[in-house]
Design a protein around this ligand. Structure first.
Ligand code: IFM
Length: 430
């Protein structure tokens, strides 16, 4: 495989999934602390209380990142560590943790790519309505400004939001994620406020004239119809509208997709004058998280009986990455693109101190190939972050699904480089 010299290779994580130390140094409760403590919400009653204990072991983890030989590390800031009240006064101890982490990364020559919001909203803000409350978008802007001002001289790349579809739909639409509200129409309002928060943060960022690039990360999945019957094609168009265009269109075209009748009706009351101009502010790049595709029939989503699946039950369909990248470039470009997450969960076992995760290695290899194909087809793909550096708290699945290329023994906190990590390391050396 051949990638451009300046191509950025990385690994990614997120605060609540790895940090632990939820009561330390002034951090306040997040919606995930509350949700994971609610019986029945997370598999096995798991919480992020300890997770990978990264808060205390960050030096060891940076050493692992260094050992892999990647260029960049994508991680997220915990809003409740930085602004325990959700707004107002910043917590110096929280900021200091990220300053220490970034200093360590820079010392090792690893570029810090920072996500501002990877789902751990301060619970105090949820108590005021969370993302259903328009004020949360303003609080997000204020929080982002604190981060920009405090860390703007050392961060090389900013991502405002991770996967607003998940925050909105899983959080407020079907309740599978925190804060666990299940009201389909209102999740569209939450999505609008999330995008508005992104637009406001971007506007504030531009005023500071900082050097780093800034963008947003969406979880996109190409949707394929099971047949060419008009009813299947129509269902596929809607699935694409719901998953992909509902976010891409306002961000890159300044309007919600006109063909999404029901969703439009829900969003109209939430859209104030000027919102869409803010949302369509100029991103330096688009981050895409890619895991699988959607296969759609008029009766709903279907699964491919022939397709291999990961431990999440998600079909492995690498060609979908190529199709998606080419499509996004054609319909929404030109815009530099990063794959900010790609990876797979499998049920790993440790055998004589090794983890032979051949399937994960193959998954990555096949997706790298499709990324290379997309570059050859003219897509301005600039980088690729493997999800995830470490096995971690996989949201509603707790510690039951392992996405790491590094195995974590959650009893002892021992880390073991899986075969996929060793493969990635030798791929990068080449
Ligand atoms: O673990 C998550 C991550 O937090 C967001 N993107 C998808 C991953 C796998 O489900």
């Amino acid at each position: 495989m051949k990638f451009p010299k300046e191509f950025v290779w990385g690994v990614a994580t997120a605060s609540y999934q790895i940090e632990g130390a939820v009561y330390e140094d002034g951090r306040s409760e997040s919606i995930w602390d509350r949700f994971s403590r609610t019986p029945g919400k997370v598999l096995n009653g798991d919480t992020g209380d300890v997770a990978c204990d990264h808060y205390h072991r960050y030096k060891e983890d940076v050493a692992l990142i260094k050992q892999l030989g990647v260029d960049s590390y994508r991680f997220s800031l915990a809003w409740p560590r930085i602004l325990p009240e959700g707004k107002g006064k910043a917590n110096q101890k929280g900021l200091d943790f990220y300053k220490r982490l970034i200093a360590e990364l820079l010392e090792q020559g690893i570029a810090p790519a920072v996500t501002l919001y990877h789902w751990d909203l301060p619970q105090v803000l949820e108590d005021k309505g969370g993302w259903l409350n328009r004020d949360t978008a303003m609080y997000f802007r204020d929080y982002a400004m604190v981060a920009f001002e405090e860390l703007g001289d050392v961060v090389t790349s900013w991502i405002t939001l991770n996967e607003p579809w998940c925050s909105a739909f899983l959080g407020y639409g079907n309740g599978e994620h925190a804060p666990g509200k299940a009201d389909f129409p209102s999740h569209i309002v939450a999505a609008h406020h999330l995008l508005l928060g992104h637009g406001l943060a971007l506007q504030g960022y531009r005023q500071l004239r900082l050097p780093a690039e800034i963008g947003i990360t969406l979880n996109l999945a190409p949707q394929y119809s099971v047949s060419s019957k008009p009813e299947d094609l129509e269902a596929t168009r809607k699935a694409d509208g719901f998953q992909n265009r509902w976010y891409l269109d306002p961000l890159f075209k300044g309007a919600y997709p006109k063909d999404m009748g029901e969703l439009l009706a829900y969003v109209v009351p939430a859209v104030h004058e000027g919102d869409l101009e803010l949302i369509a502010g100029s991103n330096d790049f688009l981050g895409i998280n890619f895991y699988s595709r959607g296969l759609v029939s008029a009766a709903g989503r279907v699964s491919n009986p022939q397709g291999p699946v990961t431990a999440m039950g998600w079909e492995v369909y690498p060609e979908g990455l190529y199709d998606l990248l080419v499509r996004v470039h054609e319909d929404y470009g030109p815009i530099p693109i990063y794959i900010t997450e790609n990876g797979a969960a499998y049920h790993d076992v440790v055998e004589a101190g090794r983890v032979h995760d051949r399937q994960r290695q193959e998954y990555l290899e096949q997706h790298f190939e499709q990324a290379e194909r997309a570059i050859q087809a003219g897509v301005p793909l600039k980088g690729y972050y493997v999800w995830s550096l470490l096995d971690n708290f996989e949201w509603a699945f707790g510690y039951d699904r392992r996405f790491g290329i590094v195995y974590v023994d959650f009893e002892t906190q021992e880390r073991i480089l899986k075969d996929s990590a060793l493969w990635y390391q030798s791929f990068l050396r080449k």
